[in-house]
Every structure is written in structure tokens, then in C-alpha cells.
Write a protein that binds this ligand. Structure first.
Ligand SMILES: O=C1O[C@H](COP(=O)(O)O)[C@@H](O)[C@H](O)[C@H]1O
Length: 266
């Protein structure tokens, strides 16, 4: 059920004094969710984004996490990907591989990257097919309330314009309700061709974390979280409202600098 804005689930706000503190808290959070999911389901299905997120996950490659996390149970997906070759500088896969996946013992066959040799439309269809197979084998659970996969954790970044994954403000892809994975060929941020989880998939996850740093994103953080009223632009990040899952915002002080006091003091 969609929540009216008055019923909005603001999520938990974790505001950090320094990037170092944020990175430690993020690593603790991911490690704890991984442990709980492996205990409950035997696997941990995690979807990554690109951008600044991967650098902020860097502590997971260090002690103690590199030794304590059960990497063999991780299954990796992307909440969005740019349709470029895997070795291209714009590839979210390459970013994650260089910054995280090559530094910890992930099983290569558990890494589900997109088919980069087809069109954006085919890549989206192909990726959804892959996820559907993994739902059948219970690597990814299925939502109790929608026909959607239920990832254990979806990690999102936030663009200064309020986009999450590759769901951009006022783009028709935001309204996609049938597909699990859709595509765009006109991204306002280069590169233009991308695939992305749709909003229903994001909102079906068990856990969603939005990780945001820097003052260029403070206005979008305010528009996503505060009670801004119907005349303010409805940015994609505000539509992140897990139906049954838990939403957590990891913010540094700059990203949180335009939040209303009523939210800061909760
Ligand atoms: O293009 C993208 O941008 C967003 C935000 O990136 P950031 O560098 O500003 O954190 C990212 O979350 C998304 O995955 C990526 O494709």
C-alpha cells in the first residue's frame, strides 16, 4: 500500500561527524545484516549502486570485516548499471570490482553483473530474467505483498538532483510498476544508456540504505526527508518507502545541513 505523505516512513537517520565515522558505521551495518541474513536464509543478496557509495564501503575490505564477514554467502547485484563495457571507466561493475569485490573472497559465480554486449533494453530484460531464476532457487527471496524480489539489502547513493539508482526526476521510468528492471537511453547524467531496478523492487527490499555525503546533496536530502509539503518537487529519493522493510539514511554533517530541526532532534 502506498503511504500518503502524511504517513511517510522517514526512516532512521544516522548523521556522522566525519567520513571515517560514517564508513565505520556503514561497514558495521552491512556486516550485521549479512550475519543476520546468512543465519536466517543461508545467503545474503545485496544490490549495490555506483558513484561515491563504493568508496564509502571501503572499510569492509579491512580488518575485522574482511575476516569476519562470510563472503562465501554473498550474492552481488546492481541496483543500477550503465550500459558500457565492464572495463569502461563508467561501469558500476568495474567500480565495485576495483574498490571492493577484488579485495574480499567473493565467489565469482555469485557476482551478477549485466550483459554489456547488448542494447540497454535487452540488458534490462536479461537482468530481470537472471533475477527471476535466482528467486526460483531462493537466492533472492520474494516479497510477501508484491510480485517482486525481496533483496536482503539495497544500497543507494543520491544524486544532487535527487536521483537514486538510475531513476531520475520526472522520468517515465519512475512510474514503471510491472517490470523489475527497466532501462533508459536518455539519462541526464552521462552515460545516457542505463538499466535500473524499478521503484517497486527498491521498496520491496528487506533493508534499504541511502548513503549521502557532501553539501551539494543537502537540498535533495531535505526534499527527500523533511515534511516539505505538496508544492515542493517530488524527487525520486522521497519515493524510497520500503513497504515492509527498514530504511536507513547514512549522512555526513554537510549532507544533513539543510534538514529541519524537527528531524535532526528525533
Ligand atoms: O549515476 C549514478 O549516480 C548515483 C549517485 O552517485 P554519486 O557519485 O553522486 O554518489 C549513483 O548512486 C548511481 O548508482 C550511479 O549510477
Amino acid at each position: 500500500m502506498a503511504l500518503s505523505d502524511g504517513q511517510k516512513n522517514r526512516g532512521e537517520l544516522r548523521i556522522h561527524e566525519s567520513l571515517d565515522e560514517l564508513m565505520t558505521d556503514l561497514a558495521d551495518y552491512v556486516a550485521e545484516l549479512s550475519e543476520a541474513s546468512v543465519k536466517e536464509r543461508g545467503v545474503f543478496a545485496i544490490a549495490l549502486s555506483g558513484g561515491s557509495l563504493i568508496g564509502l564501503m571501503g572499510k569492509l575490505c579491512e580488518a575485522p570485516y574482511n575476516k569476519t564477514v562470510d563472503w562465501s554467502k554473498w550474492y552481488i547485484f546492481w541496483a543500477d548499471e550503465r550500459v558500457v563495457a565492464k572495463n569502461h571507466a563508467d561501469s558500476n561493475y568495474k567500480l565495485a570490482k576495483d574498490g571492493l569485490l577484488s579485495k574480499v573472497p567473493i565467489v565469482p559465480s555469485h557476482v551478477h553483473s549485466i550483459n554489456d554486449s547488448v542494447s540497454a533494453e535487452e540488458a534490462a530484460e536479461d537482468y530481470e530474467f537472471v533475477i527471476r531464476q535466482l528467486v526460483k532457487t531462493r537466492v533472492v527471496s520474494v516479497s510477501e505483498i508484491s510480485d517482486c524480489p525481496k533483496f536482503d539489502l539495497i544500497l543507494l547513493g543520491l544524486g544532487p538532483d535527487g536521483h537514486i539508482a538510475s531513476l531520475f526526476p520526472n522520468h517515465s521510468a519512475l512510474n514503471e510498476r510491472e517490470e523489475w528492471v527497466t532501462f533508459i537511453t536518455d539519462s541526464p547524467k552521462p552515460p545516457p544508456e542505463r538499466i535500473t531496478f524499478t521503484m517497486p523492487v527498491i521498496n520491496s527490499a528487506s533493508n534499504v540504505a541511502v548513503v549521502v555525503t557532501g553539501d551539494s546533496k543537502a537540498e535533495s536530502v531535505h526534499l527527500a526527508i523533511d515534511d516539505v509539503g505538496p508544492d515542493s518537487p517530488l524527487i525520486p529519493a522521497r519515493m524510497v518507502q520500503p513497504a515492509m522493510g527498514k530504511l536507513v539514511w547514512f549522512l555526513d554533517k554537510l549532507a544533513a545541513s539543510k534538514l529541519e530541526d524537527s528531524n535532526l532532534n528525533k
